[in-house]
Design a protein around this ligand. Sequence first.
Ligand SMILES: [Zn+2]
Length: 340
Amino acid sequence: MMKMKSFQTRVLLWLFWLLMVSLPPAEAVNIVFDYSYDSNGFFTPDRRVLLERAAAAFTSRMTSTTWARVDPTTAGGHYELAVINPSTLSVSWVTNAILPTNQITVRVGAIDFTKSPIAMMTNSTGDGASQLLSILNVSGAMTNLLANPALFRPVDATITFDLQGIKGFSATITRQWYFPTNPDLNIVDLNPADPHQSDYSDFYDGVIHELGHVLGIHNPLVYQTILASDPNFCVAWTSRVQSDGQGGYVFTGAHARQFYYNHVGSNIPLDTDTRCHWADGVRSVMATNWTSLSYESGRPYFRVPFSELEFGALQDLGYVITPVPKASLSLAATNSNLNL
Ligand SMILES: [Zn+2]
């Protein structure tokens, strides 16, 4: 039987309600896409939706993560931020750029990778994508904020896609981007009658891969010939990368190691050249769960979600990750794409 609420209880409930409605909504981290550099017109409205959905796949797991405001004018210190045009790859540097609380901006666009000034991009046959980000000359209070081994504060970045991937197949362009049209990204909606079915690379898959890098699984040394960086940029990642004593490298982050299938608790082998992709054979939680940041040939899934092992790596970088397992995706096979 329900009891009538006392006056006192009702006042308390009313005060509680007043408190709740007067509080601002819980802040969540936000990845803002900047299309103003997309001079080649890659980002149609439907492709923008896919970008936003990919960003939400990360931020929906980060509702308790805080990215501090970056503002040297009030906090002191100094840094320079690379601003890279995704459609030309020209680089300029901005001194002491302010990054709002809980926000980064990702400039997006596309360029014909074969005409890229960056040599390692020119091999793309249609489906390349790359993240480009850097900071320089970090000092004073900015050191603790932007070069902290215990907590990675992401910065504004650029992601560029191979423009050849929307030009159609040809003798030299052998791969194309595939843009899913089914709102349920668990469903493969490729046309089975399309003779080029195995020659597509999933755009959403590529975005997830590149955002994983932007959020801190990134080794600036890979880009050092084209993009200078502070030696401690991404130190939250690089300080957890060690030699395995046999010419290879491993990631030592304790959270990621808990998801390393068949080797729980062990250091996780990395791709030797880049040291920011997992080595062939690394699986997350289950034998069938591949990782997003992988170069493994024969990667059997068309669309690989960001794995729990990789969310664990983000935890190792200092993010608070909500432990909600994502629906597992089991999708059809194609070749892997050239995601740098
Ligand atoms: Zn990559």
